[in-house]
Design a protein around this ligand. Structure first.
Ligand code: P6P
Length: 337
């Protein structure tokens, strides 16, 4: 069987850099550093049970959620990694109430991270993930102003996620499409395995925690009832897939075609997921892959963040299913395809 050409992440970055006129090596260096930090996190995630790193630190993060030890480790690795390089001015992290200054004099980029999303699944070996989002500074140096670290998602210059699952997959975009790389642990390299990812036009799956069904807005309840009717009549039926781990649900729905919904509920009127370091990077990837991501009324990437840990409802999926959802008035008027 002919072996297709193996392309490492390193080679891919260099090739893409050549395509981008005036590309500065700094950004490529940033991606290389990120991939190295991810390998260190992957090693610990893979050894979690063995290292007895399971369990919690007994502390709670800014969200009031119990912090798992691996969260802390992943956060620390990423902070340490970018502390000695000059590219990053500051990092925003789920694990830190405040923005973390790194290199305010020379850093040109701002990194937003969810170091280990879905961490409550660590102890039961459900895939967890790292989510990242990168912006350019608006000022050349000095303390960051809110307008710099609370930019709209449409200003991202790169975004991606790592899924620590049966294999470790890195998926990212710099605005020229979405590409996925799988870590070959034998050689320690990320290899291009999912070039130019496009979300399938037809949804196969829907992902939602419908335990809160009667807390959802009525139009959403109507949409979900319609899904059950479609199954009964076997007309474009959808299957439920909900991992309770955003990155796992994102990766499956991106590759196989599915709609993901984390709506506002009475308990969480703003939704649960965070705008800056979860919904924005997810929306950038989904839109680059030909899908749609909204908060139920407006495209996620157009939202003006008010604070670093702001929550938002999140709906994303193929244009066709997202437009079908709009018929239930949960979404704005259909997008022009
Ligand atoms: P629920 C994990 O805690 C997380 O932040 C996301 O990864 C996931 O999509 C969501 O929460 C699951 O939330 O309320 O369904 O348990």
């Amino acid at each position: 069987m002919a072996v297709s050409r193996l392309i490492t992440l390193e080679q891919f970055i260099v090739e893409k850099e050549k395509e981008k006129s005036g590309a500065q090596g700094e950004f490529s260096m940033l991606l290389r550093d990120l991939s190295l930090a991810i390998k260190l996190i992957q090693r610990e995630v893979a050894r979690a049970g063995i290292n007895d790193i399971l369990g919690t630190t007994g502390q709670r993060n800014v969200q009031g959620e119990e912090v798992q030890k691996l969260d802390v480790f992943a956060h620390q690795i990423l902070i340490n990694f970018f502390s000695f390089r000059g590219q990053i001015a500051a990092i925003g992290s789920e694990e830190s109430p405040e923005l973390i200054p790194i290199n305010l004099e020379k850093g040109k980029y701002i990194l937003m991270i969810d170091p280990l999303d879905g961490s409550s699944n660590i102890d039961v070996n459900i895939p967890v993930g790292t989510i990242f989002s990168i912006y350019k500074r608006l000022k050349n140096s000095g303390p960051l102003e809110a307008q710099e670290y609370l930019q709209k998602g449409e200003k991202q210059i790169a975004a991606g996620y790592v899924l620590f699952g049966a294999s470790t997959v890195l998926v990212y975009t710099t605005g020229q499409g979405v590409n996925g790389f799988t870590l070959d642990p034998q050689i320690g390299e990320f290899l291009l395995t999912h070039p130019n990812i496009k979300i399938p036009a037809k949804a196969q799956y829907y992902s939602i925690n419908d335990a809160d069904l009667y807390n959802f807005p009525q139009p959403l309840q109507d949409y979900l009832a319609d899904i059950h009717q479609r199954s009964l009549q076997n007309q474009s039926p959808l299957s439920t897939r909900y991992a309770g781990s955003l990155v796992a649900d994102l990766h499956r729905n991106l590759l196989k075609g599915g709609i993901f919904i984390y709506p506002p509920t009475q308990k969480k009127p703003e939704g649960k997921l965070r705008l800056v370091y979860e919904a924005n990077p997810v929306a950038f990837i989904i839109e680059q892959a030909g899908g749609v991501a909204t908060n139920g009324m407006q495209n996620i990437l157009t939202l003006e963040p008010q604070n670093l840990h702001q929550r938002t409802p999140l709906y994303f999926g193929p244009i066709e299913e997202m437009n079908y959802l709009k018929n239930f008035e949960v979404q704005p008027k259909p997008l022009q395809i």
